[in-house]
Design a protein around this ligand. Structure first.
Ligand code: NAG
Ligand code: NAG
Ligand code: NAG
Ligand code: NAG
Ligand code: NAG
Ligand code: NAG
Length: 377
């Protein structure tokens, strides 16, 4: 009986002093500031908490049909989220079907955008293409104003970047490169590009030698089209490849003026997608090469120093408010997907009471400690 009482008391003691200790620690932390604010550590003044917006897209009929009771409209394959996260970035989902102001607003608060691959068409209104057009135009405006705002396009996202730059022409042609694992055929001067200038000899050797790039596309961009539509005046082509029928296609590009990059292949699939018999290379070399692209993309975002108005707004927007679903077992080629309905898209605040409580506690602690944004805990 006494021992139980003592235990309880002790626990209260600990809670009390434990909190006091935390407060004392937090205050000293504020004075000394964070290790990332130390110019002797963060020697290049990087944004050490980069946030990448990942654009959602129209959900597939297959996955929508598996959830008849829900009204899921859009999705993000979790592999793209993990791709960003495993290079030290965080992710904010970007909704499709929103007015231009929404994209303008979110793009002043994040540090770059990833346009994922997928299977949607560019002729659907209020979809991936319309959102991508806003993002592309706004990113150009921002970079023209001197704000380093990177875009990364993978597969369909790569096609979208070129498609938007070729407007009103359709630069894509049909080809056949599904489940095709390929080594890159580098162009002369590829090493003068920003994307590959700092790649180690090891990475270049892997990319050149082994079939480590995962291709899943039925459209291609060709040198002929680039010449005919003067796209060479906009993009630098760093590598080519040949599809199942021997048709040559462009596999890596970067914008000549802006920090925009694209790969026709899927570096995130080597890391996070395990559909059998689809020729996704999972050797340790393939993983290393894929991580090179993720690191490059997130490092570009580290050069952008924008941020959300406050901790609450940031917490509300991050992908952590959503849970991916195991869609691999439902027949999808994506192991996991985040599925979104109209309510998600309309939501500006977090969904569950628990999350609100957590955010409320963080905000209260934050106010109590009189912390400024620069010293968030
Ligand atoms: C969009 O393009 C696809 C492929 O060319 C076509 O099958 C579909 O009918 C088009 N949809 C609309 C709304 O035009
Ligand atoms: C995987 O690649 C091999 C050649 O390396 C090819 O024969 C096979 O058809 C490919 N698999 C699929 C599903 O296309
Ligand atoms: C390559 O590395 C050098 C030295 O670290 C750096 O100054 C330069 O910005 C890097 N280039 C790119 C494109 O990242
Ligand atoms: C955080 O920023 C948002 C957007 O500017 C604003 O609406 C909200 O009131 C702010 N919240 C706090 C706690 O400052
Ligand atoms: C909050 O969390 C508790 C414990 O994890 C759980 O039992 C409860 O259902 C949650 N409430 C809400 C509204 O999500
Ligand atoms: C909070 O910070 C402001 C500005 O740094 C200061 O003027 C004020 O006295 C602080 N309040 C408390 C309670 O420490």
């Amino acid at each position: 009986m006494y021992s139980i009482f003592f235990l309880l008391l002790c626990q209260l003691c600990f809670q009390y002093f434990g909190n006091e200790l935390t407060l004392a620690y937090a205050k000293s932390f504020v004075k000394k500031s964070d290790v990332n604010d130390d110019p002797a550590v963060n020697i290049n003044d990087e944004n050490t908490e980069p946030i990448i917006g990942v654009l959602s897209q129209e959900i597939s009929k297959l996955i929508a049909s598996k959830f008849p009771e829900r009204n899921y409209k859009s999705y993000i394959a979790a592999s793209y989220v993990k791709f960003v996260e495993s290079s030290g970035g965080r992710v904010v989902p970007i909704w499709i079907g929103q007015p231009r102001e929404y994209y303008e607003d979110i793009m002043t608060k994040i540090n770059g955008v990833l346009l994922p691959g997928g299977a949607t068409y560019f002729n659907q209104s209020n979809g991936y293409h319309d959102a991508g057009r806003y993002i592309y135009e706004i990113a150009i405006e921002m970079n023209d104003k001197g704000i380093h705002f990177p875009l990364w396009g993978t597969c369909l996202g790569f096609e979208l970047l070129v498609y938007l730059s070729a407007h009103p022409n359709e630069p894509r042609t049909y080809c056949s490169s599904r489940a095709q694992a390929l080594p890159l055929e580098f162009e002369k001067d590829y090493d003068k590009s920003r994307l590959f200038a700092n790649a180690s000899a090891d990475i270049i050797h892997i990319l050149k030698t082994y079939p480590v790039t995962a291709n899943f596309h039925l459209y291609c961009l060709t040198q002929e089209t680039f010449a005919a539509m003067k796209l060479n005046e906009i993009w630098r082509v760093m590598s080519l490849n040949h599809d199942w029928d021997g048709i040559e296609f462009i596999s890596t590009i970067e914008h000549l003026r802006y920090p925009f990059y694209g790969t026709q292949f899927h570096p995130e699939k080597n890391l996070f997608e395990f559909v059998k018999k689809r020729n996704i290379t999972h050797t340790s070399s393939a993983i290393r090469a894929s991580q090179y692209f993720g690191n490059f993309m997130v490092n570009e975002a580290r050069r952008n120093h924008q941020y959300f108005a406050n901790r609450t707004e940031e917490a509300n927007k991050l992908i952590y408010n959503y849970n991916p679903i195991n869609t691999g077992i439902l027949g999808s080629s994506f192991q996991q997907q985040y599925l979104f309905d109209d309510e998600d898209n309309a939501r500006d605040t977090v969904n569950s009471l628990n999350q609100s409580l957590i955010i409320f506690s963080i905000t209260s602690a934050y106010t109590a400690l009189n912390l400024s944004r620069e010293v968030w805990l």
